[in-house]
Design a protein around this ligand. Sequence first.
Ligand SMILES: NC(=O)C1=CN([C@@H]2O[C@H](COP(=O)(O)OP(=O)(O)OC[C@H]3O[C@@H](n4cnc5c(N)ncnc54)[C@H](O)[C@@H]3O)[C@@H](O)[C@H]2O)C=CC1
Ligand SMILES: O=C(O)CCC(=O)C(=O)O
Length: 528
Amino acid sequence: MGFRVLIADPLSQEGITPLLETEEIQLDIGTEWTNTELFERISEYDALIIRSQTQVTRALIAKATHLKIIGRAGVGVDNIDLDAATEQGIIVVNAPNGNTNSAAEHTMAMMMALSRKIPQAYLSLKNKQWDRKKYIGKELKNKTLGIIGFGRIGAEVAYRAKGQRMRIIAYDPFLTEEQASKLGIKKGSLENVYAQADFITIHTPLLKETRYLLNQQAFEAMKDGVYIINCARGGIIDEAALYDAIQNKKVAGAALDVFEEEPFYEHRLLELPEIIATPHLGASTVEAQESVAIDVSEDIIRFMRGEAVHNPVNLPSIPREALTEIKPYFLLAEKLGQFLIHLANEPIQEINLYYSGDVAKTKIGPITRNAVKGLLARHLGDHVNDVNALYLAEKRGLTIHENMTSSTQGFTNLMRVEIVTKSEKKSVAGTLLNGLGPRIVKVDPYSVDVTPKGHLLVIHHQDQPGVIGKMGSLLATKEINIATMQVDRADVGGNAIMVMTVDRHIEKIELEALEQLEEIHKAISIDL
Ligand SMILES: NC(=O)C1=CN([C@@H]2O[C@H](COP(=O)(O)OP(=O)(O)OC[C@H]3O[C@@H](n4cnc5c(N)ncnc54)[C@H](O)[C@@H]3O)[C@@H](O)[C@H]2O)C=CC1
Ligand SMILES: O=C(O)CCC(=O)C(=O)O
């Protein structure tokens, strides 16, 4: 059947070439579909690609039973219910770099058109008026541009505005004094921006904290006759407050590319001559569209092939060099989790991870996710993955602690996963042996050397002569062949453990037969 990809919003034809050229991908174009059709057919797809039009709501995600990845050909992901996607284990990727230039250029075009009233003058001329007095503009030179949100686009706008000889003051929680002075701009608070700027341009995402950032109070704090440009997202400006601020002459004009409701066909703001507008065209250039479509297409192909995606939104991104180093630990972590969950006799309350040696020097977050995925998979099945592992753990009230320790116990790298239940702690430790892959080296206090693969049999027993023989004979009567075997004990004659690799899955009834032997406390079958 192949990997089924649905494109729901118009994308550059050149940009989707990577998808068209990948044999395993079966591509459908649903740009003409109604919302009902989309809801009816979304369950057929492994991947969905959208721009800003399609609303990927919780209800749509609930229908998307086979969906594994959503690709946003652009930056803003406010049209995707990220929580719902994460809960369902769907990775979301975007294309954050491809349209930066286009959005910055559009912002400059809007600012210049606004200051020189170009759209209004053009309309007047089209209406056969030659009015040179009405359309007197303002120069940008020596004016102060306030930039709210100094990320990729904000910074590109600053670079261009400096070319117009504007002074720049920017507010962004991540902008430091050093960065600002290096760029030859001023870093200010939001209040500083409002108080000093002649033009204010917004370049933040639409978030809870930025919704209605420019509201009545904000407009009141601005200079009289300020110009506003919004090529970021509708909803960052309170449109009713902007309407009033223009009516009462506080704001001299606004250039808007984005709106609270899109698309729209009639809008109160458009009745004001001080407003110029475009229908969300910031990223609408041949270059940007080709670039963002290529970026998401390539990430979807990477995902399908089990490779790390480059632009994850709901997973921490890992630089490529770091990934090569940590990827082998993913398997070790997952196997430790899968093994350990079989030792739990009660519901888990807490998961503790202890990293030491080389592994402690890497980015441990993604390794932890894999350990938690392994732990939860026994009860949650395929539904749990790296995207939702921590979310699902948290939802079940599990607390997770990551710890760095110096106790390598002679290994170059060692990770230990511990689970805490109401009445006990259980743990398993493992290492990556150079060239040989993952090994389990400790089960609770017992030292072992087990490759976490295939059918394993763990036996807790009393350290007594003859117990291994009895157990071996019993397995022989069931035609269960032992491939490898490790034995360790706490004290002579005390509690002991056997960890074996056997050639087939061991049934519950066979475990019960083993537990009938007097010296055997517990027999556990683990398939990895
Ligand atoms: N009109 C259009 O067609 C386009 C619109 N966009 C919009 O532009 C936004 C920005 O894009 P990029 O610059 O690529 O994103 P970015 O992630 O590089 O930059 C966003 C910046 O906003 C800052 N920020 C977040 N909350 C803030 C707050 N409360 N106050 C001040 N700054 C805050 C962040 O620290 C970050 O530096 C996107 O989220 C998207 O919504 C992007 C591309 C095209
Ligand atoms: O898809 C588009 O053209 C919209 C671009 C945009 O708003 C974004 O990238 O955030």
